[in-house]
Design a protein around this ligand. Structure first.
Ligand code: NAP
Length: 264
């Protein structure tokens, strides 16, 4: 299926590894001009090299941006736009929040969690939407988590703050749906990345199990019986970003091997 994404400009923040990198690779393979970012210039430059090597697409630009800092977000969008033009696709991804139960988390953890998981999405969206409105075309895609629908006991920041992204995405779908812009969210389950190992390490320290056993335990509730791959999230992003996915608007889609138990 031809997705028609060639030369579309995509911004994929938090993409030096893991899900963001997988998404950026798929969009680059589809011919998008891709801007990748993370907090560390070395890691994001290396990620760029990997994407260019694996996809043969040279139109990949890497820069440092900490998503908890407004000035970094503004700079990221300014430079990305001057390099490639208006951003057509925001494939919003962010860094993982601190794991922990309610009892574990202090006030500053909550403040940082809100900056990382909510305000980064608000600030990025504010900056990219005007160009999309002008072009009468845009894709807002929020990569969130299955915790939004099915909370995990030791991921209280994720369980709580990510819910607001469902509200944000739905509101944007209503507000901009008549302007050629769609807004959707993705709720991924267990995707094999460093973050998944971090969650398993936290679980292991609470249960006295080894990290390997905790990794296996996390799969017990996944009917597919395996971890998902970052690129599999990327294929879903690519479809939502394409014209072929243009009638999907205002929804939250799970990609979780069957993990989420609720029917709707
Ligand atoms: N993996 C899963 O199964 C899973 C499931 C549900 C939800 N999630 C969520 O999906 C997102 C991505 O997860 P992942 O598994 O891909 O994590 P990961 O492998 O740990 O990668 C995280 C990426 O985010 C970047 N990053 C971290 N903090 C940042 C910040 N403040 N500003 C900018 N970039 C930042 C990291 O690069 P630098 O360190 O260089 O900044 C890295 O590129 C996270 O929010 C995670 O909680 C993951």
């Amino acid at each position: 299926m031809e997705l028609g994404l060639k030369n579309r400009v995509a911004l994929v923040p938090a993409s030096s590894k893991g899900i963001g990198l997988g998404v950026a690779k798929v969009l680059a393979a589809e011919g998008c001009k891709v801007v990748v970012s993370s907090r560390n210039q070395d890691s994001i430059s290396k990620a760029r090299e990997v994407i260019v090597k694996e996809t043969g697409n040279n139109n990949v630009f890497a820069m440092k941006a900490d998503l908890t800092l407004k000035e970094d977000i503004d700079h990221l969008v300014d430079i990305a736009t001057s390099r490639f033009g208006t951003i057509d696709i925001l494939a919003y991804n962010t860094g993982p929040p601190k794991p922990g139960t309610f009892a574990d988390l202090g006030d500053s953890d909550w403040e940082n969690g809100v900056k990382l998981l909510l305000m980064s999405a608000v600030l990025l969206t504010k900056r990219v939407v005007p160009g999309m409105v002008q072009d009468k075309w845009g894709r807002l895609i929020y990569i969130t988590s299955s915790t939004l629908r099915q909370p995990v006991p030791n991921l209280v920041l994720s369980n709580t703050i990510r819910l607001s992204l469902a509200g944000l995405s739905k509101s944007l779908a209503l507000e901009y749906g008549s302007k050629g812009i769609t807004s959707n969210g993705i709720m991924q389950g267990h995707i094999l990345t460093d973050r998944q190992r971090q969650v398993a390490t936290d679980l292991a320290s609470r249960s006295g199990k080894s990290v390997d056993d905790a990794m296996k335990q996390m799969l017990h509730d996944v009917p597919a019986g395996r971890y998902g791959l970052s690129e599999e999230v990327g294929y879903l992003v690519a479809y939502l970003a394409s014209d072929k996915g243009g009638y999907i608007n205002g929804t939250m889609l799970a990609i979780d091997g069957g993990l989420i138990r609720s029917v709707f």
